[in-house]
Design a protein around this ligand. Structure first.
Ligand code: FAD
Length: 568
């Protein structure tokens, strides 16, 4: 039987719950459908903080939303849409106070005001934080709020198919992991809030469920993805596991040193040093390693030993514990071996600043979306902010949409999507192929890590495109060996891999297309930014399984800041 709701939110992270809360408060019939329980969303892993121009720090008492917006636009290498950035920065302070009222225990200055720490690329310390567990505490406050309001939430559902007709979105189809059954949901509005795609890289800080399937699903249904070549590599992840060591560690005064003991950032960003934006620091570290000044050809040191035990225990207790658990190193006494790793998706489902996608009734917010506030490079602390702001903005917009649009009543299109999803799953379960889902996934993740990383070039990217084409052909012969209905994780991974292949292909195709270097996208064969040819967004359209995406251009919204050279 097909369940019907006015509004379905796919994903229970900060963005998804924010939208659901807003719609529920306005009296809408909303349902959250999520792969994991909300508090197990990747948002919970966020460590360092969330930006807002509160002006509480003595160095930043005259901070304003305009200054925050300019730092964001400059950080984006002038590719962000400035109307969306303005909205995000205007809404930042109200969102922080709202989160505080909903119970987020932000760290405090001695005078009782919300504390702020320095983060990369910001003119002032404007990152609010709750020790180094900011995401965890925001997620829990939002979840409590959702429970209090009675927002219905179901989880252990892998949503993998969008239902639509020629005019608008009509619903979704999910695999119920508990029962193994397929479930279809009809809705007049759908919000995709499924988070990032980090797992398409072997070296990522992201959680296991960050496969990008939500993005891939709407892409396959004809909605464009945007700016996919812009992938953020975080400078400081633990060597080997790529567990994140928050930028807050440098915000609190941590140093980066090569094997000669030099604070090498003085060569790359003499003024900002360790607190230059992430794209610049990640490239600097990788350059040190490639030129032989790293340790064992793999890592440099993040040194916090001069901060002292009390400071570390108060401000950075979680990452200390992580480094002890994963490497047996206590940062109070010894430097931490770190290397850059995939961290964040600047690109995503194309949307305007109201979170509307080109498909009527389909909305998107959070990391899976590209409303474009981050452009070519995101500043630390701006992603939690984006999820908090645009989840709510999106929820509001959906309410307006539902109040002004008649229901579609097109159950047939949802039934059709359910039938197609059934044959997809049957095919995976019954086919007699010889390809292994885990092997294909591994090969994809390894080549993305090796050749679509911090430094890119034509030859490598072409190799990646060829490899993905090969993997897509082999995917046709995947055999899901596990036949159990209940919690068939091999089946879940096989469905997700289809999405991962599509996402990886847009990243590589975009990187090949963009013959310039901007923000996180650096081409050694085109090392300069080229505003004449490339000051535009790239849009990716799905053509067919056997072909790469079609790429089109979209204008960047410039309201008040003309592009200038980016120096730190
Ligand atoms: C380790 C780490 C630390 C970070 N620290 C910071 C920080 O300090 N400051 C900052 O600003 N940003 C930080 N970020 C980035 C930031 O946390 C994320 O961008 C943001 O939390 C994403 O929120 P979201 O709601 O968009 O998605 P998520 O929190 O990832 O939630 C996605 C939801 O969608 C569900 N889902 C996914 N796929 C499907 C599917 N196919 N079907 C159904 N449901 C699905 C998941 O179960 C989950 O509930 C960090 C990221 C990482 C990885």
């Amino acid at each position: 039987m097909i369940q019907k709701h006015q509004f379905i939110v796919v994903g229970g992270g900060i963005a998804g719950l924010g939208a659901a809360i807003e719609a529920k408060e306005a009296g809408m019939d909303v349902l959250v459908v999520s792969l994991t329980h909300p508090v197990r969303s990747h948002s919970t892993c966020a460590q360092g903080g969330i930006n807002a121009p509160l002006g509480n720090h003595p160095e930043g008492h005259d901070d304003t939303w305009e200054k925050h917006a300019y730092d964001t636009v400059k950080g984006s290498d002038f590719l962000a849409d400035q109307d969306a950035v303005e909205l995000m920065c205007q809404e930042a302070a109200p969102r922080i106070y709202e989160l505080e009222h909903w119970g987020v225990p932000f760290s405090r200055f001695d005078d009782g005001r919300i504390a702020q720490r320095p983060f990369g690329g910001a003119a002032f310390p404007r990152t609010c934080y709750a020790a180094d567990k900011t995401g965890h505490l925001i997620m829990h406050a939002l979840y409590q709020r959702a429970v209090k309001l009675g927002v219905p939430i179901i989880y252990d559902r892998l949503v993998f198919k969008l239902a639509r007709n020629d005019e608008r979105v009509t619903g979704i189809v999910a695999l119920n992991l508990i029962t193994g059954d397929l479930e279809a949901y009809e809705a007049d509005a759908v919000m995709i809030a499924t988070g990032g795609y980090g797992r398409v890289y072997a070296n990522t800080t992201n959680s296991i469920n960050n496969t990008g399937l939500g993005m891939a699903m709407v892409y396959k249904a004809g909605v464009p993805l945007q700016d996919m070549e812009f992938v953020q590599f975080h400078p400081t992840t633990l060597v080997g596991t790529n567990v994140l060591m928050t930028e807050g560690a440098r915000g609190e005064g941590g140093y980066l040193r090569n094997k000669l003991g030099e604070r090498f950032m003085k060569k790359y960003a003499p003024e900002k040093m360790e607190l230059a934006p992430r794209d610049i620091v990640a490239r600097a570290i990788w350059t040190e390693i490639m030129e032989g000044r790293g340790f064992e050809g793999q890592y440099v040191h993040l040194d916090l030993t001069h901060l002292g035990k009390d400071h570390i225990m108060e401000r950075l207790p979680q990452i200390r514990e992580l480094a002890i658990n994963f490497l047996g190193i206590d940062m109070i006494h010894d430097p931490i071996p770190i290397q850059p790793g995939q961290h964040y998706s600047m690109g995503g489902i194309a949307a305007n600043k109201h979170t509307e996608t080109p498909l009527k009734g389909l909305f998107t917010a959070g990391e899976c979306s590209c409303v474009s506030v981050h452009g070519a490079n995101r500043l630390g602390g701006n992603s939690l902010l984006e999820t908090a702001v645009f989840g709510k903005v999106g929820g509001k917009k959906v309410v307006e949409f539902l109040q002004s649009t008649s229901p579609h009543n097109d159950t047939a299109s949802v039934e059709k999507a359910l039938e197609e999803a059934k044959s997809q799953v049957d095919h995976l379960l019954t086919k007699d192929g010889d390809e292994d889902v885990f092997e294909l996934t591994k090969e994809l993740r390894e080549i993305m890590k090796a050749k679509t990383f911090v430094f890119r070039n034509e030859k490598d990217l072409q190799e990646v495109m060829d490899k993905i084409h090969e993997l897509k052909q082999r995917y046709k012969n995947i055999r899901v060996k596990t036949k159990d209905k209940h919690y068939n994780l091999e089946l879940e991974r096989a469905i997700s891999l289809e999405g991962m292949l599509l996402i990886a292909e847009t990243i590589a195709a975009g990187a090949l297309y963009r013959k310039e270097s901007r923000g996180a996208h650096f081409r050694t064969d085109y090392p300069e930014r080229d505003d004449e040819k490339f000051l535009h967004h790239s849009l990716f359209y799905y053509k067919s399984w056997d072909e790469p995406p079609e790429i089109k251009q979209k204008e960047v919204v410039i309201t008040r800041w003309q592009p200038v050279e980016r120096k730190y």
